[in-house]
Design a protein around this ligand. Structure first.
Ligand SMILES: [Zn+2]
Length: 188
């Protein structure tokens, strides 16, 4: 009788570990994949890609579900960030700037210059077709809006008071940019 009870206990123990082991494996696997996801700034954003250049046609209703509210306001409703705020207005490490909404290649740090305007400023885009331009007459001003050519998001404005060789000033919102320092792998 005693032996049977012992056997039963042993069996129960064995059964328990049979369940626990896969559970542990599953947990560590999902933890691993979570970590991979948090590395990507395009977390929960299925449209974000630094390698895919196909134009996107995504509604604002859809973007609103995906983007953080501050990024949505600037990118989709053209709300300008306050001057002298944001991550990149007075920094210039070597690297590349991508669209924070869709991952499109926008600017190289070589084209960034110290501007007194309080927003990150560049004298040229990384590729001619990285951005598109649109007349903007809001606030009784005649300005040219700069839009991401892949996702159509508002990035900032362009002015004719930049340094040589182009004499252009791409006046951008920091929040619209995703910076990747040189030497970091671009794998998405
Ligand atoms: Zn974009």
């Amino acid at each position: 009788m005693k032996t049977t009870l012992k056997n039963k206990r042993f069996k129960n123990k064995a059964m328990k570990s049979l369940f626990i082991l896969p559970a542990i494996l599953l947990l560590s696997f999902s933890y691993g994949s979570c970590q991979q996801h948090t590395e990507a700034s395009g977390e929960k954003n299925p449209y974000y890609s630094r390698t895919d250049t196909k134009p996107l046609h995504v509604s604002n209703a859809e973007w609103k579900k995906i983007l953080p509210p501050e990024l949505y306001a600037t990118a989709r409703e053209s709300v300008t960030q306050r001057a002298f705020t944001g991550k990149y207005w007075n920094t210039n490490p070597k690297g590349t700037y991508y669209c924070a909404v869709c991952g499109n290649l926008l600017f190289r740090s070589d084209a960034k210059f110290a501007s007194t305007c309080g927003w990150p400023s560049f004298f040229e885009s990384a590729r001619k077709n990285s951005v598109i331009y649109k007349a903007d007459n809001s606030y009784n001003m005649e300005r040219t809006e700069v839009i991401c050519a892949r996702c159509g998001s508002h990035l900032g404005h362009i002015f004719d008071d930049g340094p040589p060789p182009t004499h252009k000033r791409f006046c951008m919102n920091s929040i619209s940019l995703d910076f990747v320092p040189d030497g970091m792998a671009v794998n998405k």
